[in-house]
Design a protein around this ligand. Structure first.
Ligand SMILES: Nc1nc2c(c(=O)[nH]1)N[C@H]1C(S)=C(S)[C@@H](COP(=O)(O)OP(=O)(O)OC[C@H]3O[C@@H](n4cnc5c(=O)[nH]c(N)nc54)[C@H](O)[C@@H]3O)O[C@H]1N2
Ligand SMILES: Nc1nc2c(c(=O)[nH]1)N[C@H]1C(S)=C(S)[C@@H](COP(=O)(O)OP(=O)(O)OC[C@H]3O[C@@H](n4cnc5c(=O)[nH]c(N)nc54)[C@H](O)[C@@H]3O)O[C@H]1N2
Ligand code: SF4
Ligand SMILES: [Mo]
Length: 676
């Protein structure tokens, strides 16, 4: 019997585009994934990575059976065991630790899947009921998210489709072609219609190549640039005072605080020219409608939160929100009517609530002894939807923590990642083609369903099934532990979304006004955008922890600022093991400006040593004008074990956090480079 059918799916990856997918299944095999042509943002196209999703799902190295470690931690030697053996062992270890103090158990997860069902639903219920430590999920967006919340009340912004009508687009801290392709299509359309595109990024990315102007500022100086713009807009009388008076609080204080940020001073701090500052202010104050696409690249520095607050004020200052093609988008996730209380059931937590551990400082947390401040030593770690050994900052400490012989580690994974190498028990997880889920997006305003297209491969199970089984073994009898995945999917949005229609049609547009803040109505308590919230005040420029200007002593030894943004053909550390994609990226590289390379006598293509006081990392030198003088770029989050010397850029990053939002500062990192 030859059965061919199409299934509604959604891309699960941590990408603002959250594409609607159609999967073609023949005889129980997924043979093709395609972008849904009907879904407006997806517009029938997937990126190169996910267009190869079947290659990832049917990859010969998929984990298909539970495994138990047989060799040293990190060595990657395992034996096959049954699900019952694996679950019994995990349940008995967790029960024994919980009997002493459940807070010694820590879940560790992020956005390997952004699905609301396979993300934090059954898993959260399980850990809440157990009384485990809570994880503060800060590794990506919490500086910017906190800044948006302070300013607009939530993660809200422009509707992505309207960028096609903008006349000026500032692409700020975003390599859209690599990481936000479907926004880029709208920006291209605007460009064809005569819009001016300006890219603000220390690296000359492929996106910068295609913009009319590229402003290559030093990493971590965006707050200063925003202050310089605010001053120029005020000096040139380009403020929309009517909008400011009616719909914002604190604008006079903000403008006053920007007074000293002359174009010359701004240019000096940012490492650009005063004319660039003036011209940008002139364009931003006069081209209408003016839109900003901010992305998270600019908030991975000490002052990331303050910088987002300052940039978020700009569209209010010029009244850009009056037009649907004006305003700003960093995240749209605050528009989605999700119900975390129903999904995660925080009410199951004991009182007082368990302590909170920040995922961005997992290295320190795993090495911390028991203390009055910290609480009990972490004795068990359950990792799912994340690859912390590769992605968390300051790997020397992360690896040391994961290597602890007294730590019991469970990793639920699709592949044998760097993190899975340190597991005591590895459990095989299903991919998006094999399980049910529902999705919201942080880059558009639709919700989507993901129907399973094929049966789980091997013995792989969805995350929900693992936590449901563990709840059973630990004797948790609350009804919510019996919910199946479709029921959890329905709970995700409750009455706000017609679930039957969602399943029938694949995606549903959320009812949001075209120009949501044209007449104010920000989701703050008083409906006005806040520039100087009570007790917090206006945002100022917060210089990086590590930069030639803010840490001159350190910069004498380590004069280069290293950034490590996303590679186009990987998604964080996902897809690094897909050969066809890896062959496009080649191998881990360090981009360096010819001037800096000549000074050091470094040759293109040679292996170099990149180092600071935290560690040393080796990869191939790539001399390129893409890196501005003083900045080096190591793209990707490569798997450590695929690197030249078994490490990646996080060998050099540190665990200090942003000014607000408790987020990591990956791009706030000084290094020196020498021949290996
Ligand atoms: N292909 C691909 N897509 C991805 C990802 C991926 O790994 N690969 N990752 C996904 C994830 S998890 C996220 S969070 C999103 C968003 O991910 P982002 O981190 O916003 O990534 P990019 O869009 O690449 O933008 C980062 C850009 O910011 C620049 N940058 C670095 N430091 C600074 C700075 O101080 N100021 C300014 N102005 N720019 C700076 C970098 O050079 C880079 O070009 O992308 C998602 N999409
Ligand atoms: N140096 C440096 N470090 C960075 C960044 C950077 O720009 N530079 N970016 C940071 C950012 S923005 C982020 S968001 C983090 C990302 O860090 P992570 O959230 O850890 O993302 P990934 O590296 O993609 O790892 C996700 C893992 O989840 C697995 N997975 C996917 N779906 C499922 C599932 O359904 N079940 C289970 N059990 N597993 C699944 C995948 O196989 C993959 O190994 O990295 C951060 N680290
Ligand atoms: S990774 Fe992003 S662009 Fe690629 S298919 Fe997924 S949502 Fe779309
Ligand atoms: Mo991220």
């Amino acid at each position: 019997m030859d059965l061919s059918r199409n299934v509604h799916a959604a891309c699960p990856h941590d990408c603002p585009d959250t594409c609607a997918i159609r999967v073609t299944v023949e005889n129980g095999v997924a043979i093709r994934v395609q972008g849904d042509p009907e879904h407006p943002p997806t517009h029938g196209a997937l990126c190169t990575k996910v267009a190869r999703y079947t290659e990832r799902t049917y990859h010969p190295e998929r984990l298909l059976h539970p495994l138990r470690r047989t060799g040293a931690k990190g060595g990657g030697r395992f034996e096959r065991i049954t699900w019952d053996e694996a679950l019994d062992e995990i349940a008995s270890r967790l029960r024994e630790i919980a009997a002493r103090d459940p807070q010694a158990i820590l879940p560790y997860s992020y956005a390997g899947t952004m699905g609301l069902v396979q993300g934090d639903s059954m898993s959260a219920r399980f850990f809440h009921r157990l009384g485990a430590s809570q994880l503060d999920r800060t590794i990506c967006a919490s500086a910017g998210a906190t800044a948006l919340k302070l300013t607009y009340g939530r993660g809200v912004g422009m509707l992505v489709e309207h960028y096609r009508e903008s006349r000026l687009i500032l692409i700020w801290g975003s390599n859209s072609i690599a990481s936000n392709l479907h926004f880029w299509s709208f920006a291209q359309e605007a460009k064809r219609n005569g819009a001016k595109l300006v890219c603000i990024d220390p690296r000359r990315t492929e996106t910068a190549d295609k913009c009319h102007q590229h402003i290559a500022l030093m990493p971590g100086t965006d707050g200063a640039l925003a202050l310089g713009l605010i001053r120029e807009l005020a000096e040139r009388d380009l403020l929309d005072r009517d909008y400011l008076e009616r719909h914002t609080d604190g604008w006079r204080e903000l403008v006053e605080s920007a007074r000293e940020w002359t174009p010359e001073r701004t240019a000096d701090v940012c490492g650009i020219t005063a004319e660039e500052v003036r011209a940008l202010a002139r364009d931003y104050g006069s081209l209408r409608p003016a839109a900003i696409r901010l992305n998270y690249g600019m908030q991975r520095v000490r002052g990331g939160g303050s910088a987002v607050r300052l940039i978020a004020a700009l569209p209010c200052l010029i009244g850009a929100w009056r037009h649907r093609a004006g305003g700003l988008l960093l995240s749209a996730s605050g528009f989605a009517p999700t119900r975390p209380e129903a999904l995660e059931r925080p009410d199951l937590m004991p009182t007082p609530r368990p302590r909170v551990v920040n995922m961005s400082t997992i290295g320190d947390a795993l090495l911390a002894p028991a203390s009055a401040d910290f609480g009990p030593r972490i004795e068990a770690l359950v990792v799912y939807n994340s690859n912390p050994v590769a992605v968390a900052p300051e790997s020397p400490k992360v690896v040391k923590g994961f290597a602890r012989e007294d730590l019991f580690t469970v990793v639920i994974e699709q592949f044998q990642t760097d993190t899975a190498d340190y597991a005591d028990i590895v459990l095989p997880a299903t991919t998006q083609l094999e399980h049910f889920d529902v999705h919201k997006s942080y880059g558009h305003t639709y919700v989507l369903v993901n129907e399973p297209a094929i049966a789980p491969l091997g013995e792989a199970r969805p995350n929900t099934a693992v936590f449901r089984a563990l709840a059973g073994r630990l004797g948790f009898t609350e009804d919510c532990f019996a919910d199946d995945d479709e029921r959890i999917g329905a709970q995700a949005f409750g009455d706000a979304v017609d679930f039957a229609r969602l399943r029938r049609e694949g995606w549903v547009r959320l009812p949001i006004d075209d120009a949501p803040f044209a007449s104010g109505g920000f989701p703050t308590p008083n409906g006005r955008a806040q520039f100087a919230p009570p007790g917090i005040g206006v945002a100022g420029y917060v210089p990086p922890y590590e930069s030639p200007a803010s840490a001159p002593e350190l910069a004498r030894r380590f004069p280069l600022a290293m950034i490590s943004p996303p590679a186009r053909h990987f998604l964080n550390s996902t897809f690094v093991n897909v050969r066809s994609l890896r062959s496009i990226e080649g191998e881990p590289l360090l981009e360096m400006n010819p001037r800096d390379a000549t000074q050091r006598g470094l040759r293109h293509g040679s292996i170099v040593r990149i180092f600071n006081d935290r560690g040393e990392y080796r990869c191939r030198m790539h001399i390129s004008e893409r890196a501005r003088p003083g900045v080096v770029v190591g793209l990707g989050v490569w798997w450590r074990k695929l690197g030249v010397a078994g490490s990646n850029t996080n060998e050099l990053t540190h665990q200090r956090l942003t000014d607000i939002g408790r987020a990591p500062t990956f791009y706030d990192c000084l290094v020196e480079v020498a021949a290996a």
